[in-house]
Design a protein around this ligand. Structure first.
Ligand SMILES: Nc1ncnc2c1ncn2[C@@H]1O[C@H](COP(=O)(O)OP(=O)(O)OP(=O)(O)O)[C@@H](O)[C@H]1O
Length: 225
């Protein structure tokens, strides 16, 4: 069974009487351990698609399934709990909590999921080590570089062992070397841990780490490579 499925998904915005088909009849399936990149010009609907896959937006038509569970059948509170345990998300702005240390920021996901036990703490340390942050665990986000902050956000998206990891432009603020390092580590972790990963990126060099590249244009998938 695919970890993540979209069936004929559509999202339409209405702006000053104009209809914008941000996502227009998209279907896709992503298997465990598969890392997929979503590319496309500005305004083609990538962020909207990611928000639909994350259950942050409701489609106007079609359905999203995660591990076979159709999101639209869940009540609001059920959906929130389901998302929390099944999805890891990194945003363009990394959204770290400024007054928590690196370790505490990552452990926050465990705390929210009721998984802050010895295993969870060990996983936090292992992940931060893997992301070259073992000597930064007790620093605040403001004491880190942009690349280090992005890596903390990646640790936070993986630590609670979600089946899906969604990353929106995880390299937007990084120089080329750092960007390669961040995306290759993300790809390795997704492969090793058998998660389904989707990354939005403008950068074809970053998409080279993906198993599959989906191209969006005007809300549609145009080709696959
Ligand atoms: N809340 C909204 N209300 C109205 N229109 C919106 C809204 N959010 C997005 N859109 C429109 O939907 C379309 C898709 O936007 P989206 O942000 O998903 O594209 P994108 O491919 O992620 O773009 P970018 O690469 O610039 O981030 C655009 O035409 C955008 O203007």
């Amino acid at each position: 069974m695919p970890t993540l499925e979209a069936h004929s998904v559509r999202k339409v915005y209405h702006l000053h009487g104009v209809e914008i088909r941000a996502v227009d009849d998209i279907s896709l399936a992503i298997q465990p351990g598969e890392f997929v990149a979503l590319m496309g010009p500005s305004g083609s609907g990538k962020t909207t698609m990611l928000a639909l896959l994350a259950g942050l937006l409701h489609p106007d038509a079609g359905e999203i399934r995660i591990n076979g569970q159709a999101l639209h059948t869940l009540r609001k509170a059920e959906l929130a709990a389901f998302r929390l345990s099944n999805i890891g998300f990194t945003f363009q702005a990394n959204n770290l909590v400024p007054y928590l240390t690196v370790r505490e920021n990552v452990e926050l996901m465990l705390r929210l999921n009721g998984k802050l036990d010895r295993n969870g703490r060990t996983r936090t340390q292992d992940l931060l080590k893997r992301l070259d942050l073992d000597n930064r665990m007790d620093n605040l986000p403001s004491q880190l570089s942009g690349g280090q902050q992005q890596r903390v956000a990646i640790a936070r998206a993986l630590v609670h062992e979600p089946s899906i990891v969604l990353a929106d432009e995880p390299t937007a603020s990084l120089d080329t070397n750092r960007a390669h390092q961040v995306v290759s580590t993300l790809a390795n972790l997704i492969h090793e841990q058998g998660r389904a990963g989707v990354m939005v990126s403008h950068d074809p060099r970053m998409c080279a780490y993906a198993d599959r590249v989906l191209h969006m244009q005007d809300g549609r998938l145009v080709e696959e490579s």
